[in-house]
Design a protein around this ligand. Structure first.
Ligand code: SF4
Length: 419
């Protein structure tokens, strides 16, 4: 699970756990030998501070070896994931690609990001190309990844890198942190991976690993400063970028949320949660309060020339700047029986059976869909437009609104390979 995005309610990713591959089947730890001990640590091996933990674990802790970067890097050199944005051993990382991938991976899985990443790079191969692109083109290339505030910040960041840094990403965590949409994690990750700065990049995977290794008993998010301090203490001066990626890989492939494969873990011996048999109890979390269900109506109008009525949402707020068929307000007590008061134009409306459901980060939504056909000469109401059905893929439609259109029209045209 990655850290939470800064923006207010936003679309969920394809899967709740970010930066993760499907968890491997965990072998039975009792049946496997522990990993061979790692080489002697270098002189710069950091020593992790003691974490807060339950008293009953103190005896084990004092006897167990300390987690260290050297053991993890030995494992990483053998088992690192081959990711398209990741420099191969001996190659220099491209800051633009590292930054782009880090923004895309927030709250989204590696598998979901890959096709978007390739398409995005094809359209915007450099930070200059991205900075110069129209906002609509950026939003359209992003559509489907969710969390649309990230796309707006991505565009703003590219413009800032070009305008303020001559098209070169700054190389320090502090300078990166000043860029639009670059938070503490992204700044540290880009500084470490692209510039080999000794920065501690702490995302959801890292929080999980560290909270288990040190049995951090405070729940998230209260535990964040402690986990950050524990991570910082482990960052090696010589390979900080590899260390950052190694912890991410460990969290994504071995120290998974469920059934971690502890027998394959380079930190199995020092891991306090594993020693106590409490791996899945960490990280501690405060139970989430689920958002209240909201309801609304969506109006899909098909003109006789096979065009669909759309509008653009306001630039700020939920799905800001995205396209949609007109909808009513979304409220917990919305009554579909009153929906005609919200219809965008006069027509013979047909209420379609069923509802379209979509889950946003902070609330689930149910939309009742109304459909109407209108004559060719029907004008679009103010601030709305007709988009030919065959060109709907060029609109920046979020996943929720694609569901509405599919519900009403029975499908959407496939985008060409270059869009
Ligand atoms: S030993 Fe298990 S719980 Fe501990 S860090 Fe490794 S995989 Fe995670």
């Amino acid at each position: 699970m990655a850290r939470k995005a800064k923006a207010a309610p936003i679309e969920p990713s394809a899967a709740p756990e970010a930066r993760t591959s499907p968890p491997p089947a965990a072998p039975d730890a009792a049946l496997l030998d522990p990993p061979s001990s790692a080489p002697e640590p270098g002189a710069n091996r950091p020593v992790a501070p003691q974490a807060t933990s339950a008293p009953r674990l103190e005896a084990d802790r004092s006897a167990a070896p300390q987690a260290n970067a050297a053991d993890l890097l030995v494992w990483y050199d053998r088992h690192r994931r081959d990711l398209p944005w990741r420099a191969k051993p001996g190659e220099t990382a491209d800051p633009y690609r590292v930054w782009l991938s880090e923004i895309m991976l927030q709250q989204t899985t590696v598998a979901a990001v890959k096709p978007f990443y390739f398409r995005f790079l094809e359209r915007f191969p450099t930070v200059e190309a991205l900075a110069e692109a129209p906002t609509d083109a950026v939003m359209q290339a992003w559509a489907g990844l969710g969390y649309y505030s990230r796309a707006r910040n991505l565009h703003a960041c590219a413009k800032a890198v070009v305008a303020e840094h001559g098209g070169r990403f700054p190389g320090t965590e502090a300078a990166l942190l000043k860029l639009p949409g670059v938070g503490a994690y992204t700044a540290a990750a880009v500084a470490a991976i692209a510039f080999n700065e000794p920065a501690a990049a702490v995302d959801g995977n890292v929080e999980r690993v560290m909270s288990r290794v040190y049995t951090v008993d405070d729940p998230l998010p209260k535990a964040k400063p402690q986990i950050r301090a524990l991570t910082e203490a482990l960052v090696p001066r010589d390979r900080p970028g590899d260390f950052a990626q190694a912890v991410m890989d460990l969290g994504a492939t071995i120290c998974t949320p469920k059934r971690p494969a502890c027998a394959l873990c380079p930190w199995m011996r020092p891991c306090q949660a594993r020693a106590a048999g409490l791996q899945e109890a960490y990280p501690r979390k405060v139970k989430k309060v689920e958002g209240q269900l909201r309801r609304g109506a969506a109006f899909v109008v098909l003109r006789a020339d096979d065009s669909v009525l759309l509008r653009t949402r306001p630039p700020k707020g939920l799905l800001g700047g995205m396209a949609e068929p007109p909808t009513s307000e979304w409220t917990p007590d919305y009554a579909a029986s009153q929906a005609m008061l919200d219809a965008p134009l006069e027509a013979r409306w047909k209420r379609l059976p069923g509802v379209v459901r979509h889950v946003f980060t902070h609330f689930p939504l149910e939309l009742t869909v109304f459909f109407a056909k209108v004559p060719r000469d029907t004008a679009a109401p103010d601030e709305m437009r007709w988009t030919p059905r065959a060109r709907l893929h060029e609109e920046a439609l979020p996943g929720s609104m694609k569901k509405v259109l599919v519900h009403a029209l029975g499908g959407l045209p496939n985008p060409s390979p270059h869009t």
